[in-house]
Design a protein around this ligand. Structure first.
Ligand code: NDP
Length: 450
């Protein structure tokens, strides 16, 4: 049986690769899902007959467009913009915008594909999408970022809407960028709607949205720990990245009595064995969100170790929260982490572990929470922002946080339901893929061949 399945997966992947040449991250994301789903689909032939796997891997729509803008020197710059509208079976397309020089079609298709399953897991009615540009906000003035965002939205506005497609932030797109994008949308459309999430509090944003992905990743780790009668208190955590997700992961770890000892950016990482406390975190937020400086400055200020050009995976810890970018943990990193005693990985970033690294974690039988489950708190709270926008009624901080917590607990239960193996081990990868798939697949069947 295993061999027949292997052949089927290889055949399926050969078609995906031929149809989407060069899109390696997309192939990687599809392969992982196919490995989880094909055995399940074999046992549930209605999904096979409806060709759900073939349909779900083909975006409903891909938009690519020119984004011209003028820099501070008066020179014309040209970037490329994208929106991948992957699947709308259970709700409007929903997913972030990424502004980073590495952005390309394959990366955005992988992110949009993952988003479909993630959004389904949240229990909220949201389809999957993703977008962005190869624009690099780093080193640009506020004025340049604004002009870029305005040009980007001048085209994107034709394709989105509060009932059609609702983008949010991702790498390189935070509160500042969402503000400029929203302003331009409102100006062109002459309407004030919840077309973007991650908005400022004064103009339709939700409390807890900035915190949600990081908080959610810690709530998910806490649920995983409970299965082994453990908690966050007293645990040492390694965190990568130093942006939105990393910052609020650390905030929640501090609240729950854990100790985060690392942070990174694309140039290196800092190691603070005494732990990043609330005051130091405040400094990081100011450094990264306002001054837009480098993490190296933390090491200089607090006289701790800075390791240039490396990631923090050789630091001894109990918990790991990869919160920077895709494929940041490879097989050797995973082996090093496991060897040093790490037994929980809660992925704040999307697909931060390579397939080989995931295999190491699963073989070691540690608690491995894949991004589409562990970081779903961000989009879940975006869904809650959409609800508040539709009601034109904001909820309190406690109300939103409680709903976020409930959603993360529910995602964990779904993963347990579909990921529990005969030995009792919970394979959260299979759990998240199958749990996220069923609702979307059933909706696709109900809606006919569209
Ligand atoms: P930010 O832009 O706020 O921060 C990204 C951080 O990761 C920065 O420290 C950045 O360093 C680092 N980083 C980015 N690219 C690379 C790279 N190629 N190599 C090394 N370091 C890198 O983004 P977010 O915190 O919002 O996003 C982080 C991850 O979490 C992404 O994978 C994103 O898709 C995922 N995610 C985010 C959600 C959200 O709500 N924001 C929701 C769900 C998932 P530098 O400043 O040097 O570039």
């Amino acid at each position: 049986m295993a061999n027949i399945l292997e052949v089927k997966i290889n055949d399926f992947m050969a078609k995906i690769i031929a149809k989407n040449p060069g899109e390696t991250e997309f192939h990687q994301a599809v392969q992982e899902v196919a490995e989880s789903l094909l055995p399940f689909i074999e046992e549930n032939p209605r999904y096979k007959h409806a060709k759900i796997l073939e349909r779900i891997t083909e975006p409903e729509r891909v938009v690519m467009f020119r984004v011209p803008w003028i820099d501070d020197k008066g020179e014309i710059q040209v970037n490329r913009g994208y929106r991948i509208e992957m699947n709308s079976a259970i709700g409007p397309y929903k997913g972030g915008l990424r502004f980073h020089p590495t952005v390309n079609l394959g990366i955005l298709k992988f992110l949009a594909f993952e988003q479909v399953f993630k959004n389904s897991l949240t229990t909220l009615p949201m389809g999957g999408g993703k977008g962005g540009s190869d624009f690099d906000p780093k080193g640009k003035s506020d004025n340049e970022v604004m002009l870029f965002c305005q040009s980007f939205m001048t085209e994107l506005q034709r394709h989105i809407g509060q009932d059609t497609d609702v983008p949010a932030g991702d790498i390189g797109v935070g509160g500042r960028e969402i503000g400029y994008l929203f302003g331009q949308y409102k100006r062109i459309k002459n309407e004030f709607t919840g077309v973007l999430t991650g908005k400022g509090l004064e103009w339709g944003g939700s409390l807890i949205r900035p915190e949600a992905t990081g908080y959610g990743a810690v709530y998910f780790a806490e649920e995983m720990l409970k299965t082994r009668n453990e908690g966050i208190k007293g645990k040492i955590a390694v965190v990568s990245g130093s942006g939105n997700v990393a910052q609020y992961t650390i905030e929640k770890l501090i609240q729950l009595g854990g100790k985060a000892v690392t942070l990174s950016d694309s140039e290196g990482f800092i190691y603070d064995p005494d732990g990043i406390d609330a005051d130091k975190l405040q400094y990081v937020m100011e450094l990264k969100n306002i001054r837009r400086g480098r993490i190296k400055e933390y090491a200089e200020k607090y006289k701790v170790k800075y390791v240039e050009g490396q990631r923090p995976w050789n630091i001894k810890c109990d918990l790991v929260f990869p919160s920077a970018t895709q494929n940041e943990i490879n097989e050797n990193d995973a082996k090093e982490l496991v060897k040093n005693g790490c037994f929980v990985v809660s992925e704040g970033a999307n697909m931060p572990s390579t397939p080989e690294a995931v295999e190491v974690f699963l073989n070691a039988k540690i608690l491995f929470g894949p991004g589409k489950a562990a970081n779903a708190g961000g989009v879940a709270t975006s869904g809650l922002e959409m609800t508040q926008n539709s009601m034109r009624l904001p909820w309190t901080r406690e109300e939103v946080d409680e709903r976020l917590h409930m959603i993360m607990t529910s995602i964990h239960s779904t993963c347990m339901q579909y990921g529990r193996e005969k030995s009792g081990f919970i394979n959260y990868v299979n759990g998240a893929n199958i749990g996220g798939f069923i609702k979307v697949a059933d909706a696709m069947i109900a809606q006919g061949v569209v």
